[in-house]
Design a protein around this ligand. Sequence first.
Ligand SMILES: [Zn+2]
Length: 460
Amino acid sequence: MTATLHTADLLLSLNGPGDDAVAAGAVLVDGGRIAAVGPAARLAAEHPGAARVDHGDAWLLPGLDNGHGHVAGWPPDAPLEVFLLARYGAEDEQRTYDRTLATAAGLIRSGVVRTHHLHYGGGEDAAIRAYRDAGLRVEFCPGALDRYSVLPYDDGDRRLLAALPPDLAAEVRRRRPGKPTEPVARHLDRWRALRERWSGDDGVAVVLGPDNPQWCTDDCLLALREVGAPLHLHCQETAAQRAFAVAADGASPVARLARLGILGPDVTLAHLTHASDDDIAAVAAAGARVVWNPASNLRLGSGVTRVRDLAAAGVALGLGVDGGGFADDGDLLAEARLGALLQRVADTAAPPLTNRDVLAMAAGRLAPGEPADLVALDPLGAGDPTDAIVRRASARHVRAVYQGGEPLLTDGVLRRIPDDPPDPGSDGPAPGAALAARLDPFVRRALAAARPRMDAATRG
Ligand SMILES: [Zn+2]
C-alpha cells in the first residue's frame, strides 16, 4: 500500500506540553498507522513517493474517543429514573441498526473515530455492524444485570408499581419495564458468543461489565471479574443510585467494588457523578479510570462529577457524550467545551483543569505506531490553538475525519454511509415520552418518599 502524507498549516499532536504545535506540519500514514510526524517539508523530502492529501489551512489533530455512550434516544427533561422506566422496550434489529448508524454519524461529525457503547437489550450484532459500517472502532459492552428491574433500587420496584394507577402500572409492565435481568451465567454465554462472532475484526473490542453495581448481586460481580476481560460500568450516576446502594448493600458501589476486589486499572467507571472523598480515594488507589459525561449529567439533573478532585487524586479521566440524546447534539467537541467551563466553578481546593487537560481526555495521539486517526478542523484564529479548540470548536468546524487512515468524512460529507442517515429517534416525541410525562410525578414522589431512608443509610 502506498504511504500517504497528510499536510496542514498547523499540526497539533497533543502529546505533551511544549511539543505539540507544528506549523506547516505533516503526518505520514502507512498501512493504517502513523509512520512519522513532523515538518511537512522534511517528510515530503524523505518520502517523495508518498501520495499527498493537503488539508490547506486546516488544523490537524488526533481523532477523538467517545469514552462512554449508548444509542439512547432523546430523554425527557426528567430524572434518569423516569427515563429508565419509560424508555426501555423491545426494539427490532433494523431500528437498532438505524439508531446506531445515526449515532455514529453524529459522532464522526464531531471528530470521533472510536467510541464506547454500553448495551442492554438485544440487537448487539446490529449495533456493532452499524458502527463498523460507519467506519468507527468500537469498544462494545453488553451490561449485565441480575437484580431489580423497574425502579431498580431495593424494593422500589414493588412500591412504585403499587402506587401507580392500574392502567399505568399495566403499561409499565407491558413495555418490559426497566432493564431486563438475567442470570450471570446466561449473560456470560451470550457475551462469549458475541465476542467470538466479532473476534476477526480488530476494530471491535467486546468488553464486559455490570450495567451498574446496584443492579448486580455480589456473585454476579465476582463472576464478571473472574473472566479477566476489561470492565466498563455505570457507577453512582444519581444520588438515588448511590444512596439506595448504601441502603441495600451497606456500602457505596465504589466501596463495594473495592471490597470485592473488582476495581483495578482495567476498570472504567462512567459518570461517577456522586462520589465521597473515600470513593475517590478508593478509585485512585485501584488505578481505575473514570469517564465524565457533563451534558448528560446536567440534562438528567444528575449532578456534576468531581473531576478536579479526581484529577488531583491521580485518577485517569475520559470524556463521553453518553447516549447521543443525553447530550442532545452528541457533539464531543461541544462536550469538551461544556466540561471545561463547568469544572471551573467546582467547590474544591483542587486546581482547575486546563483546556489542554480536558481535550486530552478525548484525544488520541499523533505519534508513530498509533492508528492513523486524524481530524482536520477549520482554523480557529490566533492564540493558543488548544484553548481555541476547547472554547470555540464544535462539529460544524470539522472538515475531515480519518480512522486508521481511511476517510470517514471529507469536505464535511460522510463518505462510508449516507450523509444524513435517518434517525428513528428524532422524528417526533421520544419513544415513551407520553409515558414518561405520566410517570414523572409518581417516580419523583417515590424517590422523595425513599429519601429519609436513603439519607439515613448514607449517613450511617
Ligand atoms: Zn451511560
